[in-house]
Design a protein around this ligand. Sequence first.
Ligand SMILES: *Cc1c(COP(=O)(O)O)cnc(C)c1O
Length: 425
Amino acid sequence: MTRNEELFSRAQKTIPGGVNSPVRAFRSVGGAPCFFASGSGARVRDADGKEYIDYVGSWGPLILGHADADTVRAVQEAAMKGLSFGAPTEAEIELAELLVRRVPSMEMVRLVSSGTEATMSAIRLARGFTGRDAIIKFEGCYHGHGDSLLVKAGSGLLTFGNPSSAGVPADLAQHTLVLDYNDAQGLRDAFAKHGKTIACVIVEPVAGNMNLIAPKPEFLAAMRELCTQHGSVLIFDEVMTGFRVGPGSAQGLYGITPDLSTFGKVVGGGMPLGAFGGRRDIMEKIAPLGPVYQAGTLSGNPLSVAAGLVTLKKVGAPGFYDALTAKTRTLVDGLAAAAKKRGVKFSAQSVGGMFGVYFAATPPTSYAEVMASDKEAFNRFFHAMLDAGFYLAPSAFEAGFVSAAHSDADIAATIAAADAIFAAG
Ligand SMILES: *Cc1c(COP(=O)(O)O)cnc(C)c1O
């Protein structure tokens, strides 16, 4: 038994499934998960001492790579001054000011401790602001594990949803309408039928939780227009895309101004931190200013804020995203070219520092298309890459991430390894 396998069987005795978040269990790809012992730059080392080039980056936060020296130092310095106060600190203001400067749609922002908290709070705020209960989300988009969001489409077109998890009351799920991603007409139809009752539309402006699905520009534009027309709040869930796809996040990249935005992952630089913010008139409805309650004992935690500040300052360097985008594109172009040369049905694409690889002839544009990709082929590829020392997300339905710490040589080695795997069939 490997040390990973030993740890996995021990973990399963006290932790459900042996993991503290389900996708880590490798259920989708099979086998024992890697238990990581350490990480540095683009590399992680598992409990067996095997080293991998990492394309997960803790599911997105580690845009500077593992254990970035400046981030670690800032966290250490903050820790020496106190781990938590449950009272305001000056650093929180600095982070809030930086966020509203980088993301012009945000006039005010509140810090929380996870992406889930950010989306749950933004939805409550949208409901409180509009006085409406219904929300629209899109199939395949993930917005954390809040009750209103663990919902799948209802039986007929334009009918409200059913819980996708046990424990979510059907009474709550029936306020969530689940539509198809990239289907502008479906959205128009939904607003025509239910417009007056829709509190908000929440969307991943680039979908990254059903592998990567790029938005059609007309989809995001229609969403903006319909929300404005019907007095509904447009929420861009940028927990994954925030400071990952460009300096102004996805809203900057596509030139769409949401009413509220949610952040997590990169904004905390690897520490637990989320944020939600937007229009001042909406944000002023939150307690203590307004009637929408939201709070957190560890919100704005000094260590998380310190990590977030350093990370956002470093990604603000001139040319940071040009370099990251180019490097990520080199990776996906190289993988696609290798597959083509070897006659493998495969495609790949990237947006900024996130990417998708698909065992399908062309990159999917919808949930149905991505579900039709060859999952077994992905699983074989995943395990072959893992053996070769490359850690990809352990599921065909997750996006991948490149960090500033990945070198050109790392990228070239990854393409060469994939080429060898494609060649072997
Ligand atoms: C990861 C993610 C979340 C949830 O964030 P957590 O920090 O895991 O709670 C929400 N929305 C999107 C788009 C995400 O990618």
